[in-house]
Design a protein around this ligand. Structure first.
Ligand code: KDG
Ligand code: MG
Length: 403
């Protein structure tokens, strides 16, 4: 079943998305998410200039072979641009295989290992009372897990806080990166009071999560983890910049609070030490930044051997195509932990018609053949690319810091 067309569609229905659409000789189509927030056109160009021409005439069924053809064939291995491009091809080919088989992709991956996928939503607030009220929005909607972020007093902006009446947090904006200011001391003093307030008001009957967003040193992360132990958080996410995998040994020495890492990873090699030394509890790599379903399954398979569970990244800068692919993997892997779900707002829903659904805290990818998500090209054309950058971060003295 030969591939006859591969095209890249860039659209901005509220935020920028890059989608690869592959067509076979019998007219079947598959879609893959190629979005890399703030660097979208690098992947679009990698695909259209270097990958799409190679796909024409290849057998759409040969997913594993195509993965290695693109990974080994580039000579230049790994990296977010390459691995996101390979992921888009891989996801689209799984979509096509499902359509040929007449089965949803999770059936091809081994079938349902659970009734549905537990997801966590994002609550936030400009202060503690606002964050507490926002938690209710999710608990009332049936969520069994909620991530909570609140603005740190004394800082102009804090990561993860939605603004005004917006229902989701959107960090990418402007033709130059916004400059945030960071204060570790203020943050470390504040977060336990937020988590304590959430438990005081709502109790312990749901999972409570928090994203540190790579802001701490290992010993500071140890202190944070220990200070949150009374509130039994499900995880602290990205406590330190995780290129330094060995640093997590130090965090582990100081706290039993579970740790999740991986949204900026793009290969199994990025998390090998974290997994094999059991330095983390959840691996948060995403389908579309980690080489697609084929490579993500390998990461999750390694994690399973070491008792590490999955917790895939699912921010809204990953398109509905990525979310659908993640849900299929989540349904099938034995070591599933939790899935992030920020919920794409319209008009993204009009551009990406989909069959996944949410009910009683669980998501299901749906049972139509393939991924169960598509791109409406007429709708996509209504929303042209709108260049935006993620913010950068500085300490109070102006030193560049991790965002
Ligand atoms: O593009 C960056 C976002 O995906 C990231 O900031 C979101 O940390 C994030 C999360 O956990 O959703
Ligand atoms: Mg995160």
């Amino acid at each position: 079943m030969k591939i006859v067309d591969a095209k890249v569609i860039v659209t901005c229905p509220g935020r920028n998305y890059v989608t690869l659409k592959i067509t076979t000789e019998d007219g079947l189509t598959g879609v893959g998410d190629a979005t890399l927030n703030g660097r979208e056109l690098a992947v679009a160009s990698y695909l259209s200039e270097h990958v799409c021409p190679l796909l024409i005439g290849r057998d759409a069924h040969r997913i594993e072979d195509t993965w290695h053809y693109l990974y080994k064939g580039a000579y230049w291995r790994r990296g977010p641009v390459t691995m996101t491009a390979i992921a888009a091809v891989d996801i689209a080919l799984w979509d096509i295989k499902g359509k040929v088989a007449g089965l949803p992709v999770y059936q091809l991956l081994g079938g349902a290992a659970r009734a549905g996928v537990t997801v966590y939503g994002h609550a936030s607030g400009g202060d503690v009372p606002e964050a507490l009220d926002d938690v209710a929005r999710f608990l009332d909607a049936g969520y069994r897990a909620v991530r909570v972020q609140a603005a740190v007093p004394g800082l102009d902006k804090t990561y993860g806080i939605r603004s005004g009446s917006s229902l989701t947090y959107e960090p990418a904006a402007g033709v130059r990166p916004a400059e945030d200011v960071w204060d570790t001391g203020a943050y470390l003093d504040f977060v336990p009071t937020v988590m304590g307030a959430v438990r005081d008001r709502y109790g312990f009957g749901f999972q409570l999560l928090h994203d540190v967003h790579h802001r701490l040193t290992p010993i500071e992360a140890g202190r944070l983890g220990r200070s949150l132990e009374p509130y039994r958080v499900f995880w602290i996410e990205d406590p330190t910049p995780a290129e330094d995998q060995a640093a997590f040994r130090l965090i582990r020495q100081h706290t039993t609070t579970p740790i999740a890492v991986g949204e900026v990873f793009n290969s199994i090699w990025d998390c090998q030490q974290l997994i094999t030394e059991r330095l983390i509890d959840y691996i948060r790599t995403s389908v579309s930044h980690t080489g697609g379903i084929t490579h993500l399954r390998r990461v999750f398979g390694l994690a399973e051997l070491y008792g590490v569970r999955t917790g895939s990244h699912g921010a809204t800068d990953l398109s509905p195509v990525c979310l659908a692919a993640a849900l299929h993997v989540d349904m099938a892997v034995p070591n599933f932990g939790i899935q992030e779900y920020m919920s794409h707002l319209d008009p993204a829903g009009d551009v990406f018609p989909h069959h996944y659904s949410f009910s009683d805290g669980l998501m299901h990818p749906g049972d139509v053949p393939g991924l169960g998500v598509d791109i409406d090209e007429d709708q996509a054309a209504k929303y042209p690319y709108d260049p935006k950058y993620l913010p950068v971060n500085r300490l109070r003295d102006g030193t560049m810091y991790d965002w």
